[in-house]
Design a protein around this ligand. Structure first.
Ligand code: BES
Ligand code: ZN
Ligand code: ZN
Length: 476
């Protein structure tokens, strides 16, 4: 991972990237009149980035976009960070000085964030590894506090951990392995992790998790995370729940091949939750958090559940299974019901839950539904704009309840052909008894084609969103 360091003098012979507002501000800074003329021409051609080859170094000039909308501006600058990263790679730059020539600290951090997040690689299974050339960023900005760079470095590291977990195939990342990885993260960052084994899950009668696990050769786990620093501001915990389906074949309601080939990503909710714990604990935010992750494969086998089965959940409600591919809501329902015992101030679950959410808004954002108050929901939505992990709210109107009623059990795990993201959430709502927000991240957790600094495959969606929201709560 690229290291970030603050410097108080610009070294000679090291490539330099300058974020600036107007070219005239750069008069005194190391660039000649001829270069300024060249830059003017490029800018007139609507090039936001100008690269000057000064033989002993490259100078990369990045003009701050003129944009009044604060979150939009931040995102434009992250994207410029991605462009700068490509330039450093093309030119084999190992060390880069970043200089802030603007009055805003926030935007230099956005540039660095976009740059660093672009440098992610998942090459552990390549026998010939091509390494990133850029190693160190030296940040020259007196307005910046040292802790801000450290915080950003930890957030980027957490996003990478999340992406790594999502990109890991099920052959190596079974539910038990996921538990072990999260235990390691807890030790490293300073939060508690308790991994419940199958026998404990049986004793607790988590019927949803056990039913989905029936078709799997590997046992389930239920992972309890806890971060309770002495200086925590809140008495009642913020609770995070993450879907941990380490592979979703669909079970007997088998998925078609082109939906199957990326279903290792079906634990992205759990990866985001664990990575958010990691970022928050490592940055020592004063906030009390609890986390719950039900984890299993959804596979098929002689013992696997079939459509028509009726199961009894952790909270003793009964569910008729009508589609074994609607497994996420079953394992999450157990986790949500179990979470009641810690009396959540607010519970947020993240899940790659429905193709319906993905079809509705594509990869540009996640779907939010929930019973939390309007203020809390709008705070989370606002954080989503700021980190560009955007959210759009869908309704939980009572009328949808009809669709999850069963003829023979309390509920069924399938709604009608329409509004699938909503009926999935309506199902889960029956298992909550506290303020709750559900984020359906099916469209945003994994990209089959590259997208700027988010890259390809696991995106790490949710980590920066949860961090920002919970940091705000820790300051309140
Ligand atoms: N894991 C899938 C949803 C998913 C789809 C995640 C695309 C990531 C990308 C989930 O378990 C699922 O299969 N949902 C079904 C529910 C349906 C059977 C009611 C779906 O959305 O098709
Ligand atoms: Zn499924
Ligand atoms: Zn699934």
């Amino acid at each position: 991972m690229i290291t970030l360091k603050q410097i108080d003098e610009i070294p000679e012979n090291t490539s330099l990237c300058i974020l600036y507002n107007e070219l005239k501000d750069l008069k005194d800074i190391l660039v000649s009149d001829a270069e300024i003329e060249y830059a003017k021409k490029r800018i007139a051609d609507k090039k936001e980035i100008v690269v000057l080859n000064q033989y002993n170094r490259f100078v990369i000039l990045v003009q701050k976009p003129k944009e009044d909308d604060v979150p939009k501006k931040a995102e434009k600058i992250r994207r410029l960070g991605h462009e700068v990263f490509k330039i450093t790679e093309e030119n084999h730059i190992q060390d880069l000085v970043i200089e802030n020539n603007t009055p805003s600290t926030a935007n230099i951090l956005d540039l660095i964030e976009g740059l660093v997040l672009s440098s992610y690689q998942f090459n552990k299974y390549k026998t010939k590894k091509e390494k990133i050339k850029l190693k160190h960023l030296h940040v020259f900005d007196f307005s910046l506090d040292k802790s801000q760079l450290k915080e950003l470095q930890i957030i980027a590291e957490s996003v990478f951990i999340c992406r790594d977990l999502v990109n890991e195939p099920v052959i190596t990342l079974t539910a038990e392995e996921l538990g072990k990885e999260i235990e390691k993260m807890g030790k490293d960052a300073g939060f508690d992790v308790d991994v419940f084994s199958k026998s404990k899950i049986k004793n607790l009668k988590m019927g949803g998790l056990l039913a989905i696990n029936e078709g799997s050769p590997n046992p389930p786990v239920f992972i309890h995370l806890k971060y309770k620093p002495k200086d925590a501001k809140n008495k009642k915990p913020y609770v995070l729940v993450g879907k941990g389906v380490v592979y979703d074949t669909g079970g007997y309601s088998l998925k078609p091949a082109d939906s199957l080939d990326w279903m290792k990503c079906d634990m992205a909710g759990s990866a985001a939750v664990a990575a958010a714990f990691y970022a928050i604990a490592k940055n020592k935010l004063p906030i009390y958090l609890e986390g719950f992750i039900p984890a299993t494969e959804n596979r098929l086998d002689g013992n696997a559940i079939v459509p028509g089965d009726v199961i009894t959940m952790y909270n003793e409600k009964t569910v008729e299974i009508l589609n074994t591919d609607a497994e996420g809501r079953l394992i999450l329902a157990d986790a949500l019901a179990y979470a009641a015992q810690v009396e959540p101030e607010l519970c947020i679950d993240l899940a790659t839950l429905t193709g319906s959410a993905m079809r509705a808004i594509g990869k540009e954002g996640a779907v939010l539904l929930g019973t939390a108050d309007e203020k809390t929901k709008s705070e989370l939505i606002s954080c989503g704009y700021h980190v560009h992990e955007r959210l759009v709210e869908f309704p939980l109107w009572d009328e949808y309840d009809e669709q999850t009623k069963s003829d023979i059990a309390d509920f069924k795990n399938l709604g009608g052909p329409e509004a699938g993201a909503i009926t999935a959430a309506k199902f889960m709502q029956h298992f909550t008894s506290y303020p709750w927000i559900h984020l359906d991240i099916a469209g945003t957790a994994f990209y089959k084609t590259p997208d700027n600094y988010r890259g390809k495959n696991g995106t790490g969606f949710g980590v920066r969103l949860l961090y920002k929201f919970l940091k705000n709560k820790s300051l309140a």
